[in-house]
Ligand binder design. Structure first.
Ligand SMILES: C[S@@+](CC[C@H](N)C(=O)[O-])C[C@H]1O[C@@H](n2cnc3c(N)ncnc32)[C@H](O)[C@@H]1O
Length: 230
């Protein structure tokens, strides 16, 4: 049977959560989805979502849950991994970094420099992710030391360690640079090491959001309990 939502690309498959422009996603009101079943009474359920449906970009396990309940549930399982991105020139990749950090249950995403950032790429995932702002890289590094986190800078500068063979610390803060300048000297000097991602083509570097995804997943492969993943 063809999917009821018309697809611009004629794909036979239902749209994924990122194909926003192609119809409604999520679930309708509880009464339509579960005819004859009583409304759940547990306090994590949001009466408005139960009545009107839940179209948010959340995994099925969290359908109809309040935002607070979702954050509290992830908080029980967050990793010892923190992410920081330097934002002295208004980096456009922060939304992507936040979304990926959310997917990997990162503890906190730290924005260094400018407080404002473009939330578009975050696809509303920032609502479920702890975020913290620091005026400077020095302040971030001091905060990391106070909280027992080892800073690892990520860039492909001379003398860096290949992330493919590096052992990342478990209590770790991965620090990314911006398009153009890359990570600051302060970041590299404060870090236990700077790790590079191996490249083989002509470009000098990859997109910072992509680099962040690769580095976070490297940490996940080394330290996360995969039996806790969805
Ligand atoms: C687009 S890069 C810019 C700096 C880069 N060093 C250059 O020479 O063009 C922006 C950020 O993405 C990350 N990045 C991009 N490519 C990387 C790679 N191959 N290895 C590690 N990090 C990378 C780093 O965090 C870097 O600071």
């Amino acid at each position: 049977m063809p999917h009821p939502i018309p697809r611009v690309d004629n794909s036979p498959y239902p749209p994924g959560p990122t194909e926003w422009g192609q119809g409604r996603h999520g679930v309708g009101p509880w009464a339509e989805e579960h005819p004859g079943q009583p409304l759940p009474q547990a306090k994590q359920y949001d009466p408005v979502l139960l009545a009107e449906g839940d179209r948010r970009n959340v995994v099925d396990a969290y359908r109809y849950w309040t935002r607070e309940a979702i954050v509290a549930d992830i908080d029980r399982r967050r990793h010892a991994l923190h992410i920081a991105i330097e934002n002295f020139e208004n980096d456009a990749n922060i939304g992507t970094v936040v979304r990926t950090a959310n997917a990997f249950a990162v503890d906190t995403v730290h924005i260094v420099g400018r407080k404002r950032w473009n939330r578009r790429g975050a696809m509303v995932t920032d609502r479920y992710q702890h975020l913290m702002h620091h005026e400077s890289t020095e302040q971030l590094v001091a905060w990391a030391a106070e909280h027992g986190l080892t800073v690892v800078a990520i860039d492909n500068t001379p003398g860096c360690v290949p992330i493919e063979t590096a052992q990342l610390p478990e209590k770790c803060l991965l620090l990314f640079g911006q398009e153009g300048p890359g990570v600051t000297d302060t970041a590299q000097q404060s870090a236990m090491m700077t790790c590079s991602i191996a490249q083989f083509g002509s470009t000098r570097s990859i997109n910072a959001g992509v680099a962040a995804g690769i580095a976070m997943h490297t940490w996940v492969r080394q330290h996360a309990d995969l039996s806790n993943s969805w």
